[in-house]
Design a protein around this ligand. Sequence first.
Ligand code: NAP
Ligand code: ZN
Length: 352
Amino acid sequence: MQKTIGYAARNNTSPLVPFSFERRDPLPTDVQIEILFCGVCHSDIHQVRNEWGNATFPMVPGHEIVGKVTQVGSQVSKFKIGDHVGVGCLVGSCGVCPDCKDHLEQYCNNAEFTYNSPDKHSGGTNYGGYSRQIVVNQDFVLHVSDKLELAAVAPLLCAGITTYSPLKHWNVGKGDKVGIVGLGGLGHMGIKFAHAFGAYVVLFTTSPGKAEDAKRLGADEVVISKNPEEMGKHLASFDFILNTVAASHNLDAYTALLKRDGTLCLVGVPDQPHPSPAIGNLIFKRRSIVGSLIGGLKETQEMLDFCAKNAITSDIEIIPIQQINEAYERVLKSDVKYRFVIDLASLQETEV
Ligand code: NAP
Ligand code: ZN
């Protein structure tokens, strides 16, 4: 085992504080990564505050990791020392179930998540990316292009793939009218991808001040979701709506906007359930409400390659790790443009 440092929550009400812990020595198929940048996902906040009821403490969050390979196990064939790499929400899965065989490791019943998830190797708990280094099986490490700004790549590992995957799965493209609900970390990537796939993109936001940014990011239209008159103009007109909102809210306002056979896809995971959908909204136009979870490793690499080819990255605010607690408060106020990314060079040995 090797000592390392990071920031951890000690319980569901404490702020994140400096924390010293151990990582395993690299196994033959492991890659050791010096973490350079880690994005701050709203899921980190849900989990450190135990809003999903499954938190284990101490918790080192962080699953939007970009770094540099510093060591490789003897059987590692995919990476070499010095490569720039990424790690997202997944660090393991069973490898043999139908989901794994279909390259959809995120749906494996034994998926191992990057943090707040049992460590299959040590029997302890996985610690995430708000830390100096991480050791991950090579099959769960991704190649990152040197063409893109590394800090702005980090959010692609969760916010990017979580929006890319459903847009691909439901075949969003040219000729489609697509809604993105919420302009935060996921939402801003949803706009970029839907626009890149050729769709007509409408952002639904509760924040009128974000309208100009939304258009710059690729939205063709912006609708203030609290304004019933504006919402009413779009009744029964959407092919697909991707809802990224992190809080419980009325879904009927969105199902009513879908065409016949249209789909409302939920990716936000609020701590409280949404009020039930009005069944009439669904059956009279054969509309669907569906959900989607991040993406598998193969698709995540495809997404990163797509981003490198099309010069797509996240719009970020870089922070030193010492500002993480203030950053959480700003995310909770929907006040981030549009993803915080921690520069791990700020993490000092002397703090711990
Ligand atoms: P975020 O940056 O906080 O963005 C969420 C956006 O939702 C806000 O910027 C805001 O946009 C809107 N919003 C917030 N509260 C609202 C409310 N009460 N009513 C209506 N809109 C509201 O969060 P994120 O990092 O993008 O994550 C979003 C959600 O996705 C979280 O629940 C997270 O846990 C979940 N998530 C799911 C997956 C998955 O695999 N399914 C992966 C990652 C994250 P406006 O200001 O534009 O209204
Ligand atoms: Zn995330």
